[in-house]
Design a protein around this ligand. Structure first.
Ligand SMILES: [Zn+2]
Length: 169
């Protein structure tokens, strides 16, 4: 563990990325040695954030609400799983529309407002595997991919997480 932390200190970018790396190494990827390359994939061909994570005025409800994820620009795009994992839920709910939740250790990644779902609960998926098509189902003003990430049940900023993953490799 000490050498692991030292490794990251050498190329680290402050305490936040160190903390993220710590979560990744200890909780998320217990079986993968830190020195190995982590298999990661971008969920969409291009990542263009149209609405950030955090407090915002909800575009439909008109009241201030916490945005638990980021919205990414999309147009009938194929969605790829970001990491290797297992499908926790795949289905429909009124707010998220067609959605997929994939579990990666202590981490969950949620993909929402899909037009099509290619996976079922309990399926094992690989990073880069096609899991669905973007859409505008559920409570959405237009087509986009809502991407949310939870660690141990708490939402985190997906953009910061994706950047930390990229920096790791
Ligand atoms: Zn959203």
């Amino acid at each position: 563990m000490i050498s692991l932390l030292l490794n990251f200190c050498l190329c680290g970018r402050g305490i936040k990325s160190l903390l993220l790396a710590f979560w990744l190494s200890v909780l998320l990827l217990p079986k993968i040695h830190f020195a190995q390359q982590l298999k990661i994939s971008s969920p969409l061909p291009k990542l263009i954030v149209t609405s950030p994570y955090g407090k915002r005025i909800h575009p439909i409800l008109g009241v201030q609400k916490f945005h638990s994820g980021i919205d990414l620009k999309s147009q009938s795009d194929t969605i790829k799983s970001i990491l290797d994992g297992q499908v926790l839920q795949a289905g429909y709910n009124r707010q998220l529309g067609n959605f997929i939740a994939i579990k990666h250790g202590a981490l969950e990644i949620w993909y929402a407002h899909l037009s099509r779902i290619y996976v079922m609960a309990e399926d094992m998926v690989s990073a880069g595997e096609n899991i669905g098509i973007t859409g505008n189902t559920g409570l959405a003003t237009g087509e986009h991919l809502h991407l949310a990430i939870k660690i141990n049940g708490y939402f985190i900023n997906p953009l910061k997480f994706l950047k930390a993953l990229q920096n790791h490799n």
